[in-house]
Design a protein around this ligand. Structure first.
Ligand SMILES: O=P(O)(O)OC[C@H]1O[C@](O)(COP(=O)(O)O)[C@@H](O)[C@@H]1O
Ligand SMILES: [Mg+2]
Ligand SMILES: [Mg+2]
Length: 338
């Protein structure tokens, strides 16, 4: 019996729609902006393409010797993992070949990476592989990206000014989480949407439309091991969480902890420590993009004293304390920091 003889109704499992692909969603959104030229759409596709390749590498990291360090340190003084480097190469190549990005800054490179696309209208700040300490142990890791429209003239060589515009000048930001499934969550300044990767189709499919995070939560994510070097207000807040039997969840991958708390309600905290007076996380390719996304999903992102998005950027790899998540939890913490 061949397929044509089957009475296939649209509800037949074989005929069910696969859902809205990222490509279709981007195209559809683009038509909402009459002045849109498709350049940002193409840039988002380039990032998604590199994400698919890293998905493949992450899933077979143990099989193709992608685990372990390179024996070299990055500008942060951290030992670079093989997958940090692979992800950095893949994203930079995708952005260079895509033609829309004129320059990139990456956690793995000290200086601006010039793509040679001086006619490109955008610059990208990227954390190619977030949660590097989890690469070898099969715990969720991610990629974080932030996009600005350049301020230097098109055709000219991009400069630092293109990257130091300020968090509220981002035109798009998001992350790709390589976990039990791979999901890309991003915003272009309106809503926050999540697309789950279906490797059998090679497509990101809309799975989390218009994410709105719970205003309150009972999950806190913070490295308790640094407790003694946190300021009193942070220690008081953690004591308060424990006394209210909140759930401690900290995997050591910012993207993984942020994503869980975004969906379930919760707070991620990386306060200043004795070792890192400004905290550990980097403003341009960790705090700004997640803060931009978080605000679109109804969350708050604070340094403890101001909104992260209002921090004035002064250097490419500057660090910032980060408290991000459900607004009621972040406000309670800020209240205790005094
Ligand atoms: O080990 P610590 O000090 O708790 O730091 C963990 C944090 O550092 C990070 O790994 C920093 O990011 P990278 O892995 O991209 O360097 C975050 O993902 C994570 O939340
Ligand atoms: Mg990181
Ligand atoms: Mg990283």
């Amino acid at each position: 019996m061949n397929v044509s003889q089957l009475e296939i109704s649209s509800s037949h499992p074989l005929a069910l729609p696969v859902g809205v692909t990222l490509d279709r969603y981007i195209m559809h959104r683009q038509t909402a902006f009459p002045y849109a030229t498709g350049d940002l759409s193409q840039l988002l596709r380039d990032i998604a393409l590199a994400g698919k390749i890293i998905h493949r590498e992450v899933n077979r990291a143990g099989l193709i010797d992608l685990t372990g360090g390179m024996g070299v340190q990055n500008v942060q003084g951290e030992s670079q993992q093989k997958l940090d480097m692979i992800a950095n190469i893949r994203f930079c190549r995708a952005l260079k070949n895509g033609g829309e990005a004129c320059a990139i800054i990456s956690e793995e490179d000290e200086d601006i990476i010039f793509t040679g696309n001086n006619n490109g209208k955008y610059v990208v700040a990227i954390d190619p592989l977030d949660g590097s300490s989890n690469i070898d142990v099969n715990v969720s890791i991610g990629t974080i990206f932030s996009i600005y429209r350049r301020v230097t003239p098109i055709g000219s060589e991009p400069t630092m000014a293109d990257f130091l515009q300020g968090g509220r000048r981002q035109v798009a930001a998001g992350y790709i989480l390589y976990g039990s499934s791979t999901i890309m969550v991003y915003t272009t300044g309106h809503s926050a949407n999540g697309f789950t990767y279906d490797a059998s189709l090679g497509e990101f499919i809309l799975s989390h439309p218009d994410i709105h995070s719970p205003v309150d939560g009972q999950i806190y994510s913070c490295n308790d091991g640094n407790l003694d070097s946190y300021e009193q207000g942070v220690r008081d807040y953690l004591t308060n969480c424990r006394s209210r039997q909140f759930t401690a969840r900290y995997i050591g991958s910012l993207v993984g902890d942020f994503h869980r708390n975004l969906l379930k309600g919760g707070i991620y905290m990386y306060p200043p420590t004795k070792k890192n007076r400004d905290g550990k996380l980097r403003l341009l390719y960790e705090a700004f993009p997640l803060a931009f996304l978080a605000e679109k999903a109804g969350c708050l992102a604070s340094t403890g004293h101001q909104a992260v998005l209002d921090v004035k950027p002064t250097s490419l790899h500057q660090r910032v304390p980060l408290y991000i998540g459900s607004p009621i939890m972040v406000e309670n913490l800020i209240g205790m920091l005094g």
